[in-house]
Design a protein around this ligand. Structure first.
Ligand code: ADP
Ligand code: ASP
Ligand code: MG
Length: 424
């Protein structure tokens, strides 16, 4: 007998008919003798719909009420799934976040789970129930409803699996695993048999929404066996693994995000502390800064050398960040602030990059062959990100997918572990 946590995303619970099919699937696990905790999202599109209602009413809704509103989507689906299971003769009990309880900090809309008290779930399971838990929501120490950020049901599932010591956490969705890139953009993207936590963490943080980044972080930290699978098709899916493969592909995937905005301050006097003066107020307003670029502009028409300073933020923070930047730029005597929202970041991810030097050159050549202008570049050991105009997104991702032959079984990097014939 195994304890399995299963999570079904929005498109998997998008209709009563689909909920019935999930109930049948869950019941098969029960009949097999497994204990099952099911985490569900709201019906597909529901969270967006609720958000739209609030925005229609009030452009800047209060965070507390927003969480009260958004958390209702998941309350609908847990009740329906528990009913569907009972209808099939399987005992089931639904749990909202506070009924578990899943205790979070009080950062509304992006709360972090702090602890889960597993006793209520344990009793429900011991009594033979399937426990059906609302994803994406928690309760703060002071009793307020919180939500965990978009895609947060993944994190609920992983956190429950860790708290209950589950044998596996299965994330069921509308694709049959993690692919080399979003299969909706590149039709010949390839499903990965497995991917390391490290790579999955990069992919998620660089925009692959197949798993929420915090879910991957959590699973890595607590060693939760995690698998991404298709809800309605059978198959092995993709295992997120701790072990490094003996041989690593150079590139495991391409991630992208369209929701970036670029801000530039031109002609800032180049003296100690400017980065802090420009970015400090932005950080204080909880706006996350992503890529940062500072360059000496060579313009020495004033007493100081002047520099240009560029960085990216999420599109939703563009207006607020620009306002703050204009204020600091004026105080610093900078020449001008410019910006553009709706730009795209494309990233190549792969632990094999560590041992391969010319990945960046190949990337830049592939983009230049397509006449795509690169606006910014940032690299770490295992990823290279570039910022381009959104209109080139699909072209860029497809060109890179072809260049690195990601539709084929991986090119292998010699790990150095296998002696070749001419070595002693
Ligand atoms: P759910 O509602 O089940 O949580 P999501 O929409 O959040 O599903 O995530 C699944 C989607 O993630 C897929 O439909 C796919 O378009 C997208 N996606 C982005 N990158 C990848 C990738 N590398 N592999 C698989 N899917 C990806
Ligand atoms: N319903 C929430 C969302 O749409 C949480 C989730 O689906 O994981 O973001
Ligand atoms: Mg999701």
């Amino acid at each position: 007998m195994a304890l399995i946590v299963q999570k079904y995303g929005g498109s998997s619970v998008g209709s009563v008919d689909k909920i019935k099919r999930i109930a049948e699937k869950v019941k098969r696990y029960r009949d097999n003798g497994d204990e099952v905790v099911v985490v569900v999202s709201a019906m597909g599109g529901e969270t967006d719909r609720l958000q739209g209602l609030a925005e229609e009413l009030d452009g800047r809704p209060v965070a507390r009420e927003m969480d009260v509103l958004l958390s209702t989507g998941e309350q609908v689906t847990i009740a329906l799934l528990a009913m569907a299971l009972r209808h099939l003769g399987a005992e089931a009990q639904s749990f909202t976040g506070w009924q578990v309880p899943i205790v979070s900090d009080d950062a509304h809309a992006k709360a972090r789970i702090q602890r889960i008290e597993p006793d209520n779930l344990r009793s429900a399971l011991d009594a033979g129930n399937v426990a059906v838990v609302a994803g994406f929501q928690g309760i703060t120490e002071s009793g307020e409803i919180s939500t965990l950020g978009r895609g947060g049901s993944d994190t609920t599932a992983v956190a429950l699996a860790a708290a209950l010591g589950a044998d596996e956490c299965q994330i069921y969705t509308d694709v049959d695993g993690v692919y080399t890139t979003d299969p909706r953009v590149v039709p010949n993207a390839r499903r990965l048999e497995q991917i390391t936590f490290e790579e999955m963490l990069e992919m998620a943080s660089l925009g692959s929404k197949v798993l929420q980044i915090r879910a991957v972080e959590f699973a890595g930290k607590y060693g939760v066996p995690l698998r991404v699978l298709s809800t309605f098709d059978d198959g092995p899916g993709t295992l997120i693994t701790l072990e490094d493969q003996v041989e690593e592909p150079i590139i495991s995937g391409i991630a992208f995000t369209k929701d970036e905005a670029q801000l530039t301050v031109l002609g800032v006097p180049d003296r100690p502390g400017i980065a802090y003066s420009l970015l400090g107020p932005i950080g204080e307003h909880n706006i996350e800064v992503d890529m940062i670029l500072q360059n000496v502009s060579g313009d020495s028409s004033s007493d100081y050398t002047l520099t240009d300073f560029t960085f990216t933020v999420h599109s939703r923070d563009f207006d607020a960040a620009k306002e703050l930047l204009e204020k600091s730029a004026k105080e610093l005597g900078a020449r001008e602030v410019s910006g553009q929202s709706g730009i795209t970041k494309v990233s190549l991810v792969g632990v094999g990059m560590r041992s391969h030097a010319n990945v960046a050159a190949r990337m830049f050549k592939a983009l230049s062959d397509e006449n795509i202008n690169i606006r910014m570049i940032s690299t770490t050991e295992i990823k290279i990100s570039i910022v381009i105009e959104t209109k080139y997104l699909e072209l860029a991702v497809r060109a890179l997918h072809d260049e690195f032959e990601l539709d084929e079984e991986p090119q292998r990097v010699d790990s150095g572990l296998t002696p070749t014939a001419d070595q002693d």
